[in-house]
Design a protein around this ligand. Sequence first.
Ligand code: ADP
Ligand code: NI
Length: 219
Amino acid sequence: MAEDIIQKTLRYLKEDFDSKGAAHDYWHLYRVLQLAKHIASKEEGVDMLVLELAALLHDLGDWKLADDGKDHTGQVVDWLKGQGVSNDVIADVHDSIQNTGFRHSIDGVKLTKIEAQILHDADKLDAIGAIGIARAFDYGGSKGKLIHDPNVAVKHFESTAEYMDPKKNSHPTINHFHEKLLLIKDRMYTKTGKQMAQHRHDVMERFLDEFYAEWEGKS
Ligand code: ADP
Ligand code: NI
């Protein structure tokens, strides 16, 4: 039963996410699922059905991907209800997804449930390291952003509202590393997540050193 729901959810998402652009495509969900399973294998007492469903469904109905920029995470509940999943599992999945976005950590939200913590770490790991670099430039390109403009200063967002405002968050993609991606390693919850984040962080630091050196024709 559980494996059946996971497989059906994978097929449903393959259709729904094929048109969302490379930064949030089906393979992001696949990677987050793999990362979540890996982190969970080192932790105790994880409800794997809740975690796997949350990993797969965490971007469904997300405000960033919606044409109207609004939250549609009710889609997750509708899908799971349609599959006959119990109300308890649905509530736990929805709860795990609700507060994992980076925007919530700006406002100081702290996750307490292990499934939400693992999902958070898995989703954040996929935003950093080599894949994180690729995703950031893909996302920036899709929004028509420059790769770098030395005249645009790095900004630190004070609130979720500011981070979500497209007029206030129109910076070149390189700024996104300083405004978000380099901050991620210090916001991880699990031991495994922290170790993996440190490695991916070092990859980004090396990339940025090289980028700035090349920008000035010094490498
Ligand atoms: P979260 O799930 O933590 O809210 P997002 O969904 O906002 O993270 O980010 C998804 C991907 O898009 C990440 O790889 C992120 O780096 C990239 N991204 C988001 N905002 C920007 C931006 N302003 N510039 C470049 N990349 C971005
Ligand atoms: Ni995600």
